[in-house]
Design a protein around this ligand. Structure first.
Ligand SMILES: Cc1ncc(COP(=O)(O)O)c(C=O)c1O
Ligand SMILES: [Zn+2]
Length: 368
């Protein structure tokens, strides 16, 4: 209808986007067609919409100025070759704004009258903010134990909060149940591939901020994988367009206490089996059964990357070390940096060359 690319499933089915569709009739995950992207950054636009020729959704009018986050050289801290991308400087305090603006713009284009999302917190706050901006009611499902400040933020934007007394998985099931019962648009950062149209701009910014080059390594936190997969898609699109000749290695980082991707990678498997998670301070990546696990494994392997885990102590030490240098993140926001420190202290080959790692979420919304 609107020039939007169709959803595609690996079973061969394809669907024009509609407000009700969020997975394939076979139960499979939907993706968008891949290919070269159009590289035409618009000078003067200091948001991710400067890359609008590479983004499949028109949604610039909803912008809160998301994207174009600072890329800070960490060499002053005795870490030459490491750059930190301050995703916590996003409008709602996390990189999820990149994808949320896409989903809300899509929902509006498709004529949705109500949104449902589930989240460990940050995606929910982002969807709530952009829904408010679009004048659409939203209901956000979160697991019990989600930071009070994130709940306050979601409610502040006028969205309804439903706290699910169960796991992150139970929360997703409750949201999907509400979607099925009401016909609401499912603004899911896991299922809706348009979310990745937003997170792929992380890669486009890194490329532009490094003067039109790819770093050797991207170290990225991995829960459901929205940044891992977005960064992969962005660099894959740049490579297909002939703008880079290789993909940066993707090092995906998980919390030791909830590491299904790390287990699958180490075992050489192609699918990710669910784990029984233990509580972790890295609440944002505590995903025991990531739906796009196989996609993440393929992205990591294709780039010659790896999966590492970090302990609670490493996250705490990295959080404190960032804070001592003026960078105030939530614990999950310190996970990628903790992995960088570990790789460098071990003299890992993955630490060779230029490394870029995000600080994903603001410390202002953590209950520390
Ligand atoms: C601060 C922060 N970092 C990293 C992540 C991980 O993102 P994903 O689950 O898409 O891999 C999240 C997800 O909520 C987050 O809130
Ligand atoms: Zn299918």
């Amino acid at each position: 209808m609107s020039g939007l690319p169709n959803y595609q499933c690996s079973c061969g089915r394809s669907y024009a986007p509609s407000a009700e569709r969020w997975r394939c009739d076979c139960g499979g995950l939907l993706d968008l067609p891949a290919g070269p992207l159009v590289w035409n950054p618009r000078a003067g636009d200091h948001s991710l919409w400067r890359y609008r020729d590479a983004i499949a959704v028109p949604g610039r009018e909803l912008s809160l100025g998301e994207g174009m986050t600072p890329l800070v050289d960490a060499s002053l801290d005795g870490e030459p070759g490491v750059r930190l991308k301050l995703e916590y400087a996003s409008p709602t305090g996390s990189f999820k704004d990149r994808g949320a603006v896409m989903l809300v713009a899509l929902a509006r284009l498709l004529g949705a009258s109500r949104l449902v999302a589930d989240s460990s917190g940050n995606a929910g706050t982002a969807v709530a903010a952009y829904a408010a901006r679009a004048g659409l009611p939203a209901e956000i499902f979160v697991p019990a134990g989600t930071s009070e400040k994130k709940l306050l933020q979601i409610r502040g934007h006028g969205a309804e909060v439903t706290v699910v007394d169960g796991s992150r998985k139970d929360t997703a099931a409750a949201a999907a149940g509400r979607v099925e019962a009401t016909g609401a648009f499912y603004a899911s950062h896991v299922y809706n591939p348009y979310f990745y149209e937003g997170t792929k701009t992380y890669a486009l910014e890194v490329f532009e901020q490094l003067g039109g080059t790819a770093p050797a390594t991207l170290v990225l936190p991995a829960g459901n994988g929205t940044l891992v997969l977005g960064a992969y898609l962005g660099f894959a699109g740049l490579r297909a367009a002939g703008l880079v000749d290789r993909l940066p290695r993707i090092v995906a980082v998980q919390a030791e206490r909830c590491a299904p991707l790390a287990a699958a990678f180490a075992a050489g498997r192609e699918e990710v089996a669910p784990v029984a998670p233990e509580p972790t301070v890295a609440e944002g990546i505590a995903i025991a059964a990531p739906a796009r696990g196989a996609h993440m494994l393929r992205a990591v392997r294709e780039t010659g990357g790896t999966v590492v885990t970090v302990s609670e102590e490493e996250v705490a030490r990295s959080h404190a070390s960032l804070a001592a240098r003026g960078l105030w993140v939530e614990p999950t926001g310190a996970v990628a940096y903790a992995a960088v420190r570990r790789l460098r202290s071990e003299g890992s080959p993955y630490a060779e060359g230029e490394i870029v790692a995000p600080l994903c979420g603001s410390g202002l919304k953590a209950s520390l």
